[in-house]
Each structure stands twice: as C-alpha cells, then as structure tokens.
Unconditional design. Structure first.
Length: 237
C-alpha cells in the first residue's frame, strides 16, 4: 500500500481505519480486502458447498482443502480463514474437522439407503470381532460389484456415527462387539491383578478369535491406550 500511494504509515493507518469504519474494507487476519471482494468470496464458498451437496447428497461435507483450492487458490490464507469464520458466525456454513457443509444440510436417506445401512450394521454386529472384508460385507448386504462406490458411502455413514470402528485399514468392528471386548478385558484384569498381564495366546482364548484378528485388535487396543506392551505381553490399562 505504501508503494502504491507514497503515503507514510500514519496516513495509511488513518485512511485504512476510516475505510474499515465506513465498511469499505474488511480486515482478514491482518490482510485488508475490499468488502465487495470479501463478499464475493463468501458467495462463491457457499455456492461451492451447496453444489457439492447437490452432487453428493450422502456426503457429510466438502473437504476444506478442496474448497480452498477451488475458490481461494490466488487469495491469501488469511482471507480464506476469515471467510470461513465469517460464514460460520453468520450461520451459513458449519465446519466439522476438515469438512465444510451448509449449516442446514442433513442426510435424508431414502428407504433403500436406510435398509442397506441396517443390513450392513446387522452383518458387522453378527460378525463380532472376526471382522469381515468389505467384499464379504457388501456381498452379504446385497451390494453388486457395480455399486461398490455407493456401498462405501453408506458404510461411511456407519463409521461417521460411530456404529463401526476402524481397527486397521479396511477392518471394521461393530461398536457393540468392541464394548463386549472391553468388558471381557475388564473382567480378566480384575481376576489377574495386580499385574493385569495378558499374552496373545490368552487373548485368543478369551475372545475366541484367531491370530489373524487377535493381532490387529491388540494393536488397536494399544493405540487406544486400553492395553500397553510389556515385553511379549500386554498390561490391561
């Protein structure tokens, strides 16, 4: 601004303050932007997110980084953050971790979507700790090979609402099965105190699963700080 105008800092500060007071400038995290440009960015952001919902109604929202790349590629990062914060405060958009959605957006499932979600949930619950592959789950739920992308979106809904928990890669366990596993460990720990130690073989016997499932489950429990490695055994925390 100084290079463009030749004004000193005092004059620039005075003029910028007056322009902000008159509503002609918006300060975005230390960056000054004309209000009309700021509002143009706001409109573009809302329209982009609405278009995403229209294209993919089963999606929870548009990735924040995707929105930035599409509509703010040549804008300062401060402007993007300020636009999102402004739209959140205004109730136009809502953010959920790395996703952005229109505030009023909700997932309205068709009867077919609801039935598929229930079939997938029931199959995973029945499988217990022996997590099926995605191919097995989709086949059991009646998802054809050509409909796998659709099936994954319904599966993602179960992950998002906590019904299914990712244990490893594409290995998912039903929340109720994990709850039962935690109860088993609590009971075992209470009966084997104060050391509360368990090895892989005992874990397999306790849960009734093979090593194929036991190792990923134990690694998940380690990450969740429910167990802790102690040599070739684990302490039930």
């Amino acid at each position: 601004m100084a290079a463009r105008t030749g004004w000193n800092d005092a004059v620039l500060s005075e003029v910028a303050t007056k322009a902000k007071e008159e509503g002609r400038l918006v300060e975005a995290d230390g960056i000054l932007i004309a209000r009309e440009n700021f509002e143009r960015f706001c409109r573009a952001a809302v329209e982009e997110v609405k278009s995403h919902h229209k294209r993919d109604p089963l999606s929870r929202g548009l990735a924040r980084e995707t929105l930035r790349e599409r509509n703010f590629a040549h804008a300062a990062p401060e402007v993007f953050r300020s636009v999102i914060a402004h739209l959140e405060n205004a109730g136009a958009l809502a953010t959920d971790k790395d996703l952005v959605r229109v505030r009023e957006h909700s997932l309205e499932l068709s009867p077919a979507d609801t039935q598929l979600r229930e079939r997938l949930s029931a199959f995973y619950e029945k499988a217990g700790l022996e997590a099926p592959s995605l191919n097995q789950a989709f086949a059991e739920a009646g998802v054809m090979a050509t409909g796998r992308a659709y099936g994954r979106k319904i599966l993602q809904l179960l992950i998002d609402d906590g019904t299914l928990v990712r244990v490893q890669a594409e290995m998912f366990i039903h929340l109720r099965a994990l709850g039962h596993l935690k109860d088993l460990l609590r009971t075992y720990a209470a009966e084997h105190g104060p050391e509360r130690l368990i090895d892989v073989g005992t874990f397999k016997d306790l849960t009734g699963v093979s090593r194929k499932y036991a190792i990923p489950l134990l690694e998940y429990l380690d990450r969740e700080h429910l167990t802790r490695r102690a040599g070739d055994k684990r302490i039930i925390v």
